[in-house]
Design a protein around this ligand. Sequence first.
Ligand code: TXA
Ligand code: MG
Length: 319
Amino acid sequence: MSHETQILTPDAAGYAEAAKLLAAGELVAMPTETVYGLAGDARNDHAVAAIFAAKGRPQFNPLIVHVADLTMAEQIAVFSDTARALAQAFWPGPLTLVLPLRMGCGISDLVTAGNDSVAIRLPAHPVARGLLSAFGGPLAAPSANPSGKISPTTARHVLDGLGGKIAAVIDGGACEVGVESTILSLDPPRLLRPGGLPAEALEAALAQPIASGGDAAKPNAPGQLVSHYAPGAQVRMNADAAQAGEVYIGFGPSEQADLTLSPSGDMVEAAANLFASLRAADDLAQARGATCIAIAPIPNHGLGRAINDRLRRASAPRD
Ligand code: TXA
Ligand code: MG
């Protein structure tokens, strides 16, 4: 299947066209506040299978369901009081809750990979919300990139990776948060993926520390695969300086940096710039014939935990 990918405008006409495509089982990439998502009707097995095919993604990985509001969420998942309190505190926003699946809710088994739990989130981006309202149903949406590659934070990134393989992308500009949502399961609370909502905020809301979950050898979140988010060049973390021939990404003031995540050392800015900087560094490496991207140390708190998690996976040995 190869056809032109339409670029749609982030307005009522664009949402209507995108909703029509989605209702016909086609795939549409949409901006969220974290990264661009590759959306398909979460109730349509063919659409969900097409998501896996377009991404070239291993099928054992379940997908996040995006909803328009809490009412739609409660039709899909069973909310405990704690889950509802977290949703009320942090939705819309970059938090995904893994909750018991409501039986008979119509979500494709391919979305949950046959689990009796479902990952669900209410995104904050006005374009994602506009599309969800126009469509009126749940959308499965992993990041809109080929499996294992860097997540997209602009419509251009989406087209670079998936152009010709999906029906359309809604161009909503650059994503503000820049790293994927934080994934939390409950009873007991477990952090399955650090992300755009700092874990400290969840710990404060729950008034208890949250254990980190997940087993890289048996991933149930693709973001948990050891090698992921990989640019073409190798990646070296916690580099105080570049070695000969390396492209250097700085954090904070640096004379030496080819690129910087944030000149002032601001974590929010660094998260927003992370994936675009990895892409730009990769291009630079290719132009110079360099084989390695070195990255300055990032403090490991707040959004820094999500940034370091993604960098660890980008720098992991690859098969
Ligand atoms: O910010 C985000 O979350 C982005 C945007 C597009 O919303 N989406 C995203 O989706 O990162 P994806 O598919 O790349 O990552 C979703 C994660 C996966 O790692 C998946 O395995 C996990 O959610 N997940 C889905 N269902 C699950 C379940 N029942 N139990 C545990 N993890 C689950
Ligand atoms: Mg992804």
